[in-house]
Design a protein around this ligand. Structure first.
Ligand code: GDP
Ligand code: MG
Length: 822
């Protein structure tokens, strides 16, 4: 029945309202309490549940949040919840909505459940409309009879109920609910017991009985009407449902032509709590579609992607291309040394000093043929690139130290190479060492099904020394031989595609990606899409640091002219127009965002319970990290992962390079995490979304400060005070040279106020590139203490001159508040 169903929903938090608050405080549950407002979810913990603040997460302190709710508000909501529950127990068809206004959210959910219930019943009715007609009449008669017998039956029912329900002190209706719950959740069962409900209600006493009877009759009448109408036909339509990577629940219902409430219910019975506005992933959606009896048509990529030329090359267009080699092996076995040795031996002397390496890949000459080495040793890089769809490596050189033989990461490397079906060449390194035992390496490898030539297998093995250069020629010959066997080919005469080997946001040059061209030729001026970014090639720089006009197959180049920083492993495709490029990039960004949202939102009941349980012992503090360069991002992640004790652990949900974007905020919100910006800022949309959703963003420029704060937050010690206030932002429109002053920025104050005495930061592409003070703040010709938002002004920095048009000046004031605990 609707009441028992509504009960079920509320029951989740009902029996243990206290612990619910705790689980809310730890992020995930945030999105689970689907019909509730998010802020509501976050608040209970800080406000009501843990006034002592023991394991609190002050970084998410609601009092600091723009959207935070007060304790009083929280209490009010909790009371409302209890009231709603009590009422619910009384009667399924409770009409006193005015009274429940305070519990609006809960009420709405209950109604949804009711609607679902009704729909289910109608469906059943539709299936056997005829038979039920008679049946129902019988039951009604029966019900009436039972109603008459009600007063007499009451004591007996009380006893039965008491035996079944645990707390005997409770009143009868309260007992009845759990009992019905236990009997089964099947909607069909419930609807079949429609008559019996009347009996039960009859037992409760006069008023409610009459009401329930009337309500039931109305429902039955409605059901009968529906059953005779379109409902019956609708049942039979089997649809082809187009299913993308992620889909919003209401859209899924729409595509199936099913009721949203039914879909939500179906999700719930599958253990997934999601509202109609939430996004679920394709696998979950497929389950639901099948449950409704429709056909799934997976659409992997949107049509926009189809402008990317997928045409296969004709054999006559193909020509040989250099092999791409990755060096893998156990730590300290000499990967880096070997890469250096090869480069130093082969890069023409005198060219840029020979040693200077500009990008994460280089080419060497072997008997007039080129070999491309990727300087990204490490299995994680290799595999994560593969996971992103870029198989760039043709040959793996497995480095094994002759004095150490096969080690765990050697085995890992073997497995990665095998998984990627990439041929291997074994370089037995450090043979200059006295303890070197190359044959032990060979026999060790046998155990891992790598049979080298010396053991009559077909894997080439070469003894080398990265230190004194022994065997390097043989190694390069072996590589050239292997590459001949592979017959690697490409068509230089087509639009290029390639893979990002590494990318970073470069102060001054903007986003820069090192791309390995895989097919076609990449030229200056080409328009491209790469992962979720796009751009037009402004400049190409080769591995020698020289500007080049084009790069053919297997050539690594630095690409300038992107609109954002892609990720290693992203695939670059040249397209015809900028419109296409942008469209694809935006589509991908959205798809990725949906997917992340789906991953964060669809928390299963099991997880919910697990979290609640885990809360007692160990809790996780999720955070997101964005930094100006990959190096600092990695350093921060490492530092964060070290923080923690028995009670709390820091979990980095995501880390990346570049400005904090809307999608970062989305992910943070879904997980109840704060966003840490290290020398980067949130862009304008991200800032406003964060304000709306109550996601906290913290900015740092010193890693120690960041680590200290997070440590403090993790142990519940961080004071909630604000260290720094942003008081304004100004956009640089133009830069002038003024004698005796230097460069002066002509600005428009876009937010807040510019203050002469305040601290300033210069942001370029939302990355902090300078922090200092103002030398001058001018309004027209006059030096002024303050300039308000909307007004133009001139600003010059103390001891800093590299300012450009479109840079942003952030104006901040440090408050007297020092961190109170150190
Ligand atoms: P990676 O961790 O695999 O990149 O290993 P490295 O290239 O950093 O080398 C680890 C250590 O081994 C360094 O101290 C190198 O100097 C040393 N090493 C590397 N190759 C050789 C070699 O062929 N002979 C000797 N004797 N030492 C080597
Ligand atoms: Mg190394």
């Amino acid at each position: 029945m609707s009441d028992s169903d509504g009960k079920k929903t509320l029951g989740l938090r009902g029996p243990n309202a206290g612990s619910v608050k705790q689980s809310f405080s730890h992020g995930r549950t945030k999105s689970v309490v689907v019909e509730t407002k998010r802020k509501k979810v976050v608040v209970p913990k800080a406000g009501a549940s843990k006034p002592a603040g023991g394991g609190g997460r002050p970084i998410g302190d609601p009092s600091k949040r723009p959207a935070g709710i007060s304790d009083a508000e929280m209490d009010r909501r909790l009371k409302a919840l209890q009231a709603a529950k009590a009422r619910e127990v009384e009667d399924a068809a409770a009409r006193e909505k005015e009274e429940q206004a305070r519990a609006a959210d809960r009420e709405r959910r209950r109604e949804e459940a009711e609607a679902k219930e009704r729909a289910e019943r109608e469906r059943v009715d539709a299936l056997k409309a005829k038979a039920e007609e008679d049946d129902r009449k019988k039951r009604e008669a029966e019900a009436a009879a039972m109603a008459a017998a009600a007063p007499a039956a009451e004591p007996a029912e009380t006893r039965t109920g008491g035996a079944k329900a645990a707390p005997p002190a409770r009143k009868q209706p309260a007992r009845e609910e759990p009992r019905r719950d236990n009997k089964g959740k099947g909607a069909r069962d419930d609807s079949r017991r429609g008559g019996k409900l009347t009996v039960n209600q009859a037992l409760r006493g006069g008023e409610s009985r009459h009401k329930s009877m009337a309500a039931m009759k109305r429902k039955q009448e409605r059901a009968r009407q529906k059953a005779m109408g379109m409902n019956v036909e609708r049942e039979k339509v089997i649809r082809d449902v187009q299913l993308p990577e992620a889909i919003v629940v209401s859209e899924l219902a729409n595509r199936m032509s099913e009721r949203v409430a039914d879909v939500v219910k179906s999700l719930m019975t599958n253990g997934i709590m999601a509202t109609q506005t939430q996004t679920i992933d394709a696998d979950t959606a497929e389950l639901i579609i099948e449950e409704f009896g429709h056909k799934v048509v997976r659409v992997s990529d949107a049509d926009v992607e189809q402008v990317i030329e997928q045409e296969a090359d004709k054999p006559e267009d193909l020509a040989g291309r250099p092999p791409v080699i990755t060096i893998m092996g156990h730590v300290d076995h000499g990967k880096t040394s070997l890469l250096d040795a090869i480069r130093n031996a082969r890069v023409v002397a005198g060219e840029a000093g020979g040693i200077t390496q500009h990008i994460g890949a280089y080419q060497v000459d072997q008997d007039g043929k080129k070999l491309t080495f990727l300087d990204t040793p490490g299995h994680a890089a290799f595999t994560s690139m593969r996971a992103r769809g870029a198989q760039v490596t043709d040959i793996v050189v497995l480095v094994v130290a002759a004095d150490d033989a096969v080690m765990p990461q050697t085995i890992e490397a073997i497995n990665h190479a095998k998984a990627a079906k990439v041929p291997m060449i074994v370089a037995i390194n450090k043979i200059d060492r006295p303890a070197a035992n190359p044959d032990k390496v060979r026999t060790d490898l046998l155990q891992h099904e790598v049979i080298v030539e010396k053991m009559s297998g077909d894997v080439q093995d070469v003894e080398v020394s990265a230190i004194n250069g022994t065997g390097l020629d043989e190694l390069l010959e072996a590589i050239a031989l292997q590459s001949e066997i592979l017959e690697l080919k490409a068509n230089a005469d087509r639009a290029a595609n390639g893979a990002v080997i590494e990318a970073q946001l470069d102060v001054g040059r903007g986003p820069v990606a090192t791309v390995l061209v895989q097919n076609g030729t990449l030229r200056q001026g080409d328009i491209f899409v790469v992962g979720e970014q796009y751009g037009r090639v402004r400049a190409l720089i080769n591995d020698q640091g020289e500007r080049v006009k084009e790069a053919g197959p297997s050539v690594p180049v630095e690409v300038l002219g992107l609109n954002g920083t892609p990720e290693a492993g992203d695939v670059l495709n040249v397209v015809d127009t900028e419109g296409q490029a942008r469209e694809i990039a935006e589509y991908r960004e959205k798809a990725a965002k949906d997917k992340r949202a789906a991953a964060g939102a669809a928390v299963t009941l099991d997880q919910l319970m697990a979290n609640a349980k885990a809360d007692e012992n160990m809790s996780e503090m999720p955070i997101l990290v964005k930094a100006d360069v990959q190096g600092s991002a990695e350093a921060i992640v490492q530092a964060m992962e070290k923080i923690g004790n028995e009670e709390v652990r820091v979990r980095v949900l995501h880390s990346g390079v570049g400005a904090i974007t809307e999608s970062d905020i989305g992910l943070a919100e879904a997980s109840g995490a704060p966003v840490i910006g290290f020398n980067v800022r949130a862009n304008a949309t991200a800032r406003s979304v964060a304000n709306q959703k109550g996601v906290e963003i913290r900015y740092y420029s010193v890693i120690y400060d960041l680590v200290d704060d997070v440590k403090a937050a993790a142990s519940g010690l961080l004071s909630a005070e604000i260290k720094e206030n942003f008081i304004g932002y100004a956009n640089i429109k133009d830069v002038f040279k003024v004698s005796n002053v230097g460069k002066v920025a002509g600005c428009l104050v876009t937010e807040g106020v510019a203050r002469r005495s305040a601290g300033v930061r210069l942001l370029r592409d939302n990355v902090v590139i300078h922090e200092g003070t103002l030398k001058t703040l001018k309004r027209f010709k006059d030096e002024v203490p303050e300039v308000q938002s909307g007004q133009e002004c001139g600003m010059a920095f103390e001891n800093y001159d590299d300012i450009r048009a479109n840079d942003v000046i952030e104006i901040f004031e440090r408050e007297e508040v020092e961190r109170s605990l150190d």
